[in-house]
Design a binder for this molecule. Structure first.
Ligand code: HEC
Length: 131
């Protein structure tokens, strides 16, 4: 039974991979979604305004999630300037902004229209560039 320890190890590795933030939250199809709006000063300005209203409480004004809400949260809000998040495609950020992340506290934003959600994506990506 030489294979059993290996099988067990693989199972443990798979479970910890799922729990890790490296696991993609958006489905593969979301990766390729393309923004229908230009990265214009107007869209970024509205994205910043919406970010202040909808995201900053958890992720902080600078995106680094050094907030009291984040400190108290069971699942830590991602650092939006981190390698993990800056490597996400705009489509993946759009997907998590739209649908949220189940069981984590990250809320859906289905009440915002498509344009507003893409403005949030543009601004979130801007935060990652400011690092
Ligand atoms: C109530 C707290 C909360 C709010 C508000 C919130 N988030 Fe999050 N966010 C989280 C948590 C928690 C995670 C990490 C979830 C995980 O790793 O399982 C997260 C993760 C993310 C990620 C990483 C997604 C990934 O695939 O790893 C992005 C991008 C993000 N949030 C963007 C936003 C944006 C944009 C907004 C505003 C529209 C927002 N969040 C509002 C809690 C929040």
């Amino acid at each position: 039974m030489k294979t059993l320890p290996f099988v067990l190890l693989s199972a443990v590795a798979a479970v910890s991979l799922l729990a890790h933030e490296g696991h993609p939250h958006a489905p593969a199809a979301a990766m390729k979604l393309v923004s229908p709006i230009p990265n214009s000063p107007e869209n970024l300005a509205n994205g910043k305004k919406l970010y202040g209203e909808k995201c900053a409480a958890c992720h902080g004004a600078d995106g680094r999630s050094a907030t009291t809400t984040a400190a108290a949260a069971k699942v830590k809000p991602a650092d939006l300037t981190s390698h993990h998040v800056t490597m996400l495609t705009p489509g993946e950020i759009y997907w998590v902004t739209t649908h949220g992340i189940p069981m984590s506290g990250m809320p859906a934003n289905l009440n915002l229209n498509v344009r507003e959600r893409w403005q949030l994506v543009e601004y979130t990506r801007e935060l990652g560039k400011l690092k």
